[in-house]
Design a protein around this ligand. Sequence first.
Ligand code: SF4
Length: 204
Amino acid sequence: MPENAMPGPSVAENAILLHACCGPCSITCILRLRDMGFAPTLYSHNPNIHPLMEYLRRRDGLLAVAQRLDVPVILPDQDDPTQAAPDSWLAAMSPLGPAVADMARRCPVCYDLRLAHTAQAARALGFPRFSSTLLYSKYQNHEAIIAAGERHAGPGLDFVPEDFRPGWDEGIRLSKEWEIYRQPYCGCLLSEHDRYRKKVRLRA
Ligand code: SF4
C-alpha cells in the first residue's frame, strides 16, 4: 500500500475508488459514476505503460482531468513518478513466456495486476467499492476485466462492473475539447509494436 495514499479518516458511504488508466478514459466514467450517485476518487496504478515518458504524458493527462472535474486523485508514485517502473508488469508476464505476444493471454494478466493493486488500496483506505476505467474501452476484454475485479472483491469490498462504453463518443469529444493527451496505443511495448507493425511493413 502506498504510504502517501491518504484520502482522509472517513470515507463517504457512496465513495468508490476508480482505477484510472489515463485522462481520456476517465472522463465519462467519472460523469457516469456521479450520475449513479457515487463519489469517485481516482487511483492510478499502471505499470503496463511504457516507456517512461509516455507514462508521464498519460499521468499528466489524468491529473488535468481530475482537476477539471474536481475529483480527488491518489497517485501511488506521487513523490517520485519514476517509481512507476515496468518491473511488476514484466514479472507478471514472465510466466507466459512466448505466449506474451498473444493479447488474449497477456491482457487478462495485465488487468489482474492493476485491479489487485487497486483492491488492496481500496481495502487499506476503507473504500466500500472499486471499479476501473478499463471498462470504458471498446478495445479491452470486458469479461476478463470483470473477472479480475470480482476475483479481488470480497467481504466489505464490491467491484462495480459498470459498462462505460456508451460514453465512448462523449469521452473522445471532451478529451479533444479539453486538449487532454490522447495515447496512440494501449500501453505496453507489445501493444506499441502491434499498433505500428502494419504501417512499418507497408512502408518497407
Ligand atoms: S495490450 Fe494493454 S491491456 Fe494488454 S497487456 Fe498491453 S497494456 Fe495491458
